[in-house]
Ligand binder design. Structure first.
Ligand SMILES: [Zn+2]
Length: 525
């Protein structure tokens, strides 16, 4: 039996069963039957292609039964869980393979041993759910990670690292991270796995192990939306996940039955995966995995309140957002800069802003019919929350326990940053629900920060202010002056000056150090 499923130019997988070269020695009957080869293609590359010595093999071969069991058991986390676990390590802007391999350096740092142990366990369990390698059972498999990344499925891979692969084997495809639409991965994978299991079961119908697997694979399309949303929200690792989501949902519905759409995704065309999401799952997908119950309730209350503000006027934010074009091939900070510049040029803001250097961000936000509200979360790492959806008033909730919102420049930056989320980061169904903080996806946070910097310090205005300043001429006092003129914090000013070509990397670092020293002196006064 051998058939390729899917389209190799996006995602395809093939299992082919062959006679066990060991004739069943050292393997159970069903394992022996499952001996075969596997090939996986992502965007035209075969991830299973590898060198064995000097020959190139295009598939990996092993007892495939435990791989099938792993896929079936972890189906829902593979296609719905995106958030990384733990609290100590801030996951970077990279695919899961890079992040998980970067964990090695975390362990070298000196954390509280108990905390570290909990962290390690959480990451171990996370890898067990997402890394293909975790089910290799002594075989050779590509080190592929699969996880949800907002509306898409992220596939990331690299050379197996820290696992004992004999030096003889080497995979050919270079490490990479690629995001695909869920249907392009889930449909062929399900088809391939269910057909393979059906085949094995027909060959060995008395096997209890195959009977269970055959039953479980058929249950996958019957998964409840709530199970899938619970993985997306990722409120708590482990067994509590399901009950926490249920209690959060029940709480939201107890506040208002009308708020049902906050906990229900807009479409559910197939049971295999959720295409879209709902506000509550999107929101909780961006908060700390150890969020307190109190914060869950506060955020739920605010979401319900927000969903009651129906709005039938023109959705200016959506209109403006549609006009913006993202160039995915440039670095994130350039994307943010370009989007802010487009935002100015497309809108009628240009004239209104040309008179003064100081950008009145509150006015821009009010003119776009965005509601500004406040919240007091016990997690002071969350700076603000952006919420938007069809027929609802777009809102920004400033978290008052976050220090930066207590002064003008910090608050202005937060507002500009959240505006970026409302304009750009709409997911399927045109929803936005993001808590800006260490647990929001780093890529969109980075882009929103760049957007905010360029929005508050437009290049033309900066050029005017800077006049003919030479590279090495900018001093801390100048940066302070610019910070005062634009109403932006000193750190953002220094980085923006560097990005706009007014400071080289060396002088940027020197200015940052000088700013830190000054801040320390101010503190000690
Ligand atoms: Zn943010």
């Amino acid at each position: 039996m051998s058939q390729e499923k899917g389209d190799p130019s996006t995602f395809a997988i093939e299992f082919s069963f062959q006679p066990d070269p060991d004739h069943g020695k050292g393997a159970t009957e069903e394992e022996s039957l499952s001996w075969g080869g596997m090939r996986i293609w992502v965007r035209g590359k075969n991830l299973c292609e590898h060198f064995e010595g000097s020959t190139v093999e295009d598939s990996v071969q092993w007892y495939l039964l435990s791989l099938m069991e792993w896929i079936v058991e972890n189906w829902n986390p593979l296609f719905h869980e995106g958030k990384y676990p733990g609290n100590l390590y801030e996951a970077k802007d990279e695919g899961a393979w890079h992040v998980c391999n970067g964990m090695i350096s975390l362990y070298a740092e000196s954390y509280n041993p108990r905390q570290l142990e909990r962290e390690e366990t959480a990451w171990y369990e996370w890898r067990q759910r997402h890394a293909l390698y975790s089910c290799r059972n002594g075989g050779l498999l590509p080190d592929l990670y699969i996880r949800r990344d907002r509306d898409q499925i992220e596939l990331s891979w690299g050379e197996p690292f820290g696992h004992s692969v004999p030096g003889l084997y080497r995979f050919r495809v270079a490490p990479a991270t690629i995001c695909l639409n869920p249907e392009h991965v889930a449909n062929p994978l399900y088809e391939a796995v269910s057909e393979a299991i059906q085949y094995l079961f027909s060959k060995c119908p008395d096997s209890e192990r195959l009977k269970t697997l055959h039953h479980d694979v058929q249950q996958i399309p019957l998964s409840s939306t709530d199970q899938q949303l619970a993985w997306m929200a990722g409120l708590q690792n482990g067994e509590l996940r399901q009950s926490q989501w249920q209690s959060c949902k029940a709480y939201i519905l107890s506040l208002s039955q009308k708020a049902r759409n906050l906990v229900t995704p807009e479409s559910h065309d197939t049971g295999l995966f959720l295409k879209g999401s709902c506000h509550a799952a999107l929101m909780f997908g961006t908060v700390s995995p150890t969020i307190t119950q109190e914060d869950v309730l506060l955020l739920s209350e605010k979401m319900v309140e927000f969903s009651q503000h129906f709005f039938d006027g023109e959705d200016l934010i959506e209109k403006r957002g549609h006009q913006l074009e993202i160039d995915p091939d440039v670095p994130l900070w350039i994307q943010g800069y370009e989007l802010a510049e487009q935002f100015f040029s497309y809108s009628d803001l240009r004239e209104a802003l040309s008179e003064s250097v100081y950008v009145d961000i509150e006015k821009i936000i009010k003119d776009l019919n965005i509601r500004i509200d406040t919240i007091r979360l016990s997690d002071d790492g969350i700076r603000a929350v952006a919420l938007a959806g069809k027929g609802m008033i777009s809102s920004i909730l400033l978290n008052l326990t976050n220090e930066s919102n207590n002064w003008n420049s910090g608050k202005r930056f937060t507002l500009a940053h959240e505006l970026s989320h409302l304009l750009i980061d709409r997911s399927y169904g045109q929803k936005v629900a993001i808590a800006s903080g260490p647990w929001a996806p780093h890529s969109i946070e980075k882009r929103a920060n760049a957007f905010a910097a360029m929005l508050l310090m437009p290049r033309e205005k900066l050029d005017k202010v800077m006049g003919d300043a030479l590279l090495s001429d900018v001093k801390l006092s100048d940066a302070r002056k610019i910070s005062g003129i634009f109403g932006v914090g000193i750190r953002s000013v220094i980085d923006h000056l560097h990005n706009c070509g007014y400071l080289d990397a060396y002088h940027r670092q020197r200015l940052h150090l000088a700013a830190d020293r000054q801040a320390e002196m101010d503190d000690s006064l």
